[in-house]
Design a protein around this ligand. Structure first.
Ligand code: NI
Length: 166
């Protein structure tokens, strides 16, 4: 089942999500639908707020052949080093891309789909993607990392595109 993706500037993208305290069938079904929705939209990550939820979880798969789906529940970056510049986009802000600087190598702690603790290192796109998704869980969007001027320029373009599609 494909879910509706919440689009900027919807306020639901700005909420601070609360931790998941237990797994249940509803969440497990939701993860399945989130993967379907993310793959259909050709994205590499999708966070709870983007499908109208307000708990701390996201789905991620940065592989070309879509072979490494990951559910991350209550994800945290516990260490980061070096930096990487990546041209990011977001399924909630279609057609908008901008270079963002973030830590390149990170150590991630989370719970998996079975609610088991996991800890792993991530770099390159996986690192960027997980940080981008965790931002979503804190009500933050990638455009918030830009200077005011740059953000305004991008949003003018985005608003124009959105109007044209109405
Ligand atoms: Ni996003």
């Amino acid at each position: 089942m494909l879910l509706d993706i919440v689009l900027h500037p919807d306020e639901r993208l700005r909420q601070m999500c609360t931790p998941v305290t237990a797994m249940n069938d509803r969440l497990d079904d939701l993860f399945t639908h989130m993967f379907e929705t993310m793959y259909e939209a050709e994205g590499v990550g999708l966070a709870s707020t983007q499908v109208g939820e307000s708990l701390r979880f996201c789905v991620v798969d940065v592989t070309d052949d879509r072979s490494k789906p990951m559910v991350l529940i209550n994800p945290q970056v516990i260490a980061g080093k070096n930096s990487i510049t990546w041209k990011e986009g977001c399924l909630s802000i279609p057609e908008v891309h901008a270079e963002i600087v973030r830590p390149k190598n990170i150590l991630v702690r989370a719970l998996d789909r079975d609610f088991k603790p996991i800890e792993f290192e991530a770099d390159e796109l996986l690192s960027v993607c997980i940080q981008h998704e965790i931002d979503h869980l804190n009500g933050k969007l990638f455009i918030d990392h830009l200077s005011l001027l740059k953000r305004k320029r991008l949003m003018d373009k985005y608003n124009k595109l959105q109007r044209e599609q109405e």
